[in-house]
Design a protein around this ligand. Structure first.
Ligand SMILES: [Zn+2]
Length: 587
């Protein structure tokens, strides 16, 4: 097929725009002007004639005239959680684990009372209560919950799944005792009062057994995966990095493999083995290899190790160089810098890429120090490995995801060390409870004004990739890369604006999340959602741009993205989505 009369934004620096391209065997075979591509088709027919293949010579190459429409490469969502979202809630109407957005402790307790009244015989009560900020001035404790439910477990989960409140029966149910050690101090911990008594507040990866207890049926899991993939394809996503699962990796990977064998995975899925407990580190490489051997298919690949290296600043678990302004604590990391160095050295030896959750400034610095050290070990001035130092050439891609608070001294190190910075632009409008006042309370006035600096890092020349990093099945539009592009460009969240008269969302009236200088350009956003995502995944030799030899993944849009009002970008839906030269319909 040849595609002509299009405005093609190739993301190939050597030829940023084109009019036309040809597709053969699922790959771009020619990219250029209308004449060049038509000439390619004519030459191809001639060549077929010369070889005596009369049938091929006669078959005219079909031409798709796009009449000036906008074309860009298929989108790469380089960090999101399809399986985890499907795992936690395959059903929209989830009365078992409802989601609220309570604004105070009293409201949370009222919701719990109402739930108990509605379901008096339930053996286990669980709900998402809202954001932790609802409790900033008036913390909840197990005693508050015990007054409502004494003998049966109650779990109140923060909507972002980084912490929870448990009553005494839930602590007992999950075998959390006064002497249970924290998983990682400062990070995944069981909160205790001055006397060492558990308060019922637990953070980060201590939640894993609770999430595992919500195990879905296979049917629910498949329902959730199908729902999310259908939506993502409809919004132009053709390649996904699934950034990890905390439990039941085998069940999840098996389900993906089965679905792929049934032809129900029409995108490329890059999976990882996720480490959330220090005890998982020694066997991690073997485990990733086991999953790869067992579950890999053409569409489902296992090339990456993922580590939850720190937490979030909102519950003081992200690891900081300068302590939190309100508590004076500094958070923590899953393993120490020296343990990380050893692990990264082993990954490099195996050629396994490394993707880390790093929110705080100290977490990123530790990763950077390790990369710097291994690069130094691996290369002398003439580029050969310094074997005297025991080094191997450093060849893996290391990605730091989230990167919310970064020290000024470290900003240039992404570029210098070749570390990929992965960001989720939909957070740049200050959702996730990271309102400026809240950030200033946690981080101090100045540092609180300088978070989510994706523009600054992009402008250093580093590889910056963009993703949706979603973990839920509600509000599907937050998964859309075009929603991410709008918030990335404006630093205003459509959800926080005054809706227009017709009820549609309008980010224009939403507060601008500081700093306004961090607004990204549309060109940067497209790059981060395409070629830079391919670089992160090590597939830029075959994906990420419209370039001869690469897979023919591309989107046709009814309007030129560069001419769309930035405040309407979130409504953009591609007219057609092609994977390897074929139109993808909804699975
Ligand atoms: Zn994530």
């Amino acid at each position: 097929m040849i595609v002509t009369n299009a405005k093609v934004y190739t993301q190939n620096d050597a030829m940023p725009t084109a009019e036309a391209f040809a597709i053969e065997d699922g790959k771009f075979a020619c990219v250029g002007s209308n004449e060049e591509v038509r000439q390619w088709a004519a030459d191809r027919a001639k060549a077929a004639e010369a070889t005596g293949d009369a049938k091929a010579a006669e078959a005219a190459v079909p031409e798709l005239d796009l009449g000036g429409k906008f074309v860009m490469p298929g989108i790469i969502d380089s960090h999101t959680h399809i399986a985890m979202s499907a795992f936690m809630g395959g059903d929209d109407d989830d009365d078992e684990f409802p989601m609220y957005d309570c604004k105070s402790k009293a409201e949370i307790l009222d919701k719990l009372k109402a739930m108990v009244k509605k379901h008096p015989f339930r053996l286990f009560y669980a709900m998402f209560y809202g954001q932790i900020e609802a409790l900033a001035d008036d913390p909840l404790t197990r005693d508050d919950l015990d007054k409502i439910v004494r003998f049966r477990p109650v779990v109140l989960m923060e909507n972002e799944c980084h912490s929870a409140f448990l009553n005494s029966a839930a602590l007992r149910y999950f075998k959390i005792r006064e002497d249970t050690p924290d998983i990682a101090p400062g990070l995944s911990r069981y909160d205790r009062d001055e006397k060492g008594r558990l308060t019922g507040f637990i953070t980060e990866m201590t939640l894993v057994p609770i999430l595992a207890a919500q195990k879905p049926s296979k049917k629910e899991l498949r329902f959730g995966i199908t729902k999310l993939l259908s939506y993502l394809i409809s919004r132009g996503v053709t390649t996904i990095f699934d950034a990890g699962n905390m439990t039941d990796e085998d069940m999840i990977f098996r389900t993906f493999k089965e679905m792929d064998e049934e032809g129900k995975i029409p995108v490329r899925m890059f999976m990882c083995h996720m480490l959330w407990h220090p005890d998982m580190v020694p066997s991690a490489i073997e485990e990733l290899k086991r999953c790869k051997a067992k579950y890999e298919t053409d569409n489902i690949r296992f090339e990456t190790m993922k580590m939850m290296y720190d937490g979030t600043q909102r519950i003081h678990t992200a690891c900081m160089v300068e302590p939190y302004a309100d508590t004076g604590t500094s958070g923590g990391t899953l393993i120490s810098e020296s343990e990380l160095l050893e692990f990264m050295r082993a990954l490099n030896h195996e050629g396994i890429d490394f993707h880390l959750h790093t929110v705080g400034e100290a977490a990123m610095r530790k990763v950077m120090n390790c990369v710097e050290r291994l690069q130094a070990e691996g290369a002398t001035a003439d580029g050969a490995a310094d074997e005297a130092a025991g080094g191997e050439p450093f060849r893996i891609t290391v990605t730091c995801a989230h990167d919310e608070v970064i020290c000024l001294e470290d900003i240039d190190r992404f570029k210098e060390l070749g570390i990929v910075a992965n960001f989720t632009p939909s957070w740049n409008g200050g959702n996730c409870g990271s309102e400026p006042e809240n950030m200033q309370r946690l981080l101090g006035l100045e540092r609180g004004l300088c978070t989510l600096q994706s523009r600054t890092i992009f402008d250093t020349g580093a590889v910056v990739s963009f993703s949706s990093d979603e973990v839920e099945l509600h509000n599907l539009e937050h998964w859309s890369p075009f929603w991410g592009m709008e918030v990335g460009m404006t630093r205003q969240d459509p959800d926080f604006g005054e809706p227009l008269e017709d009820g549609t969302l309008d980010g224009r009236t939403a507060p601008i999340y500081p700093s306004v200088d961090e607004r990204l350009t549309l060109s940067q956003l497209i790059k981060g959602y395409t070629i830079n995502g391919a670089k992160q995944l090590g597939i830029d030799d075959r994906l990420g741009s419209i370039e001869v030899g690469k897979d023919a993944d591309f989107l046709v849009l009814g309007e030129n993205l560069f001419e769309v009002d930035p405040y309407r970008l979130h409504e953009v839906i591609p007219e057609r989505v092609y994977v390897k030269g074929r139109v993808q319909s909804i699975v």
